[in-house]
Design a protein around this ligand. Structure first.
Ligand SMILES: CC(C)(COP(=O)(O)OP(=O)(O)OC[C@H]1O[C@@H](n2cnc3c(N)ncnc32)[C@H](O)[C@@H]1OP(=O)(O)O)[C@@H](O)C(=O)NCCC(=O)NCCS
Length: 271
């Protein structure tokens, strides 16, 4: 089963506020994009001194393995969801994640009637990798990942943590020769919109305090520094988050999302 069966389907033609960005289109990653996306991440992060246990400085094959694992996890979740009996599908779709008052730093899924829900399909389904493709050449020149992660944890996965899952944007990269065209902003903006459509109230990300371009990008988009202590990395990593506008959770089925100032775009989200 291909990724086209994903619960979230995005087809977006890109035309941002910046005229330069109209030569690009934003779309979901395909399995054949993995080598190029890995190359972009490897090239962007290979020289950065991220310190102890940081996943950023990994080799090209490690990036490829990471993206392959992510896409397989997504595919499995979509298949799992697809083959659920219809009644259970409705339960999964209607469930929302809430803080669990019984365990202070845990979250759990509940249905609209407050009954507990099986969490895994929904957590795994909340994974989206976006790419920006140059229209003229068809080359992928940017990427971003959106997932549910325990980003406040003091150690990186797979170390255990009691921190809650947050909607988390990572590996936002634009090819060197395509920077300052608005693509970075476009990727972050799209991540925010998807997070909102997922029903998330905030979007979280990590940034190195000396990464001038990224810090300025996130400052522009109102990402605020959060309290954060990590036992890994180089001590320069900031955790930032932004509150997203509240979105009413409507009924079932595909939703056509309004993309505001991103013209001629269509986003269909299967909630
Ligand atoms: C960070 C990154 C994604 C930005 O991509 P981009 O396409 O150049 O970003 P945009 O063109 O949308 O720029 C948006 C804003 O970011 C800031 N910015 C981007 N590049 C900058 C730079 N070199 N110096 C200072 N500010 C910069 C500016 O405020 C800019 O707004 P402006 O052009 O109106 O002044 C890109 O530089 C990159 O891929 N860096 C390497 C990977 C990385 O560090 N990713 C972030 C991980 S947290």
């Amino acid at each position: 089963m291909s990724l086209s069966l994903s619960c979230l389907s995005i087809q977006a033609s890109v035309a941002t506020r910046r005229p330069q960005a109209s030569g690009y289109k934003l779309r979901r990653v395909r399995p054949e994009d993995i080598p190029r996306v890995s190359e972009l991440c490897y090239d962007a992060f290979k020289d950065s001194d991220r310190g102890f246990l940081s996943p950023a400085g990994q080799s090209l094959p490690q990036w490829e393995a990471q993206y392959t694992r992510a896409l397989s996890a997504k595919k499995r979740a979509v298949e799992e969801f697809f083959f659920l009996p219809i009644q259970q599908r409705i339960l999964v779709k209607e469930s929302i994640m809430v803080d669990d008052p019984r365990r202070s730093r845990q979250q759990r899924y509940i249905g609209q009637d407050g009954s507990p829900r099986r969490p895994m399909p929904r957590i795994l389904r909340k994974l989206q990798i976006l790419v920006v493709e140059e229209r003229s050449s068809g080359v992928v020149v940017g990427c971003a990942s959106l997932s549910m992660a325990r980003c406040e944890s003091a150690l990186p996965p797979p170390f255990p943590t009691g921190k809650p899952y947050r909607c988390y944007a990572s590996n936002i990269v634009v090819d060197r020769s395509h920077r300052r065209n608005g693509l970075g902003s476009l990727l972050v903006e799209k991540c925010e919109r998807i997070a909102g459509l997922w029903g998330e109230s905030s979007l979280w990300l990590h940034v190195e305090e000396d990464n001038t371009a990224a810090v300025s990008l996130y400052d522009n988009r109102s990402y605020k520094k959060m309290d954060y202590f990590a036992l890994y990395g180089n001590g320069k990593t900031e955790l930032r988050a932004k509150s997203l506008p509240k979105r009413s959770s409507g009924g079932m089925g595909p939703v056509k999302a309004s993309l505001g100032d991103v013209n001629e775009s269509k986003v269909f989200v299967w909630k």
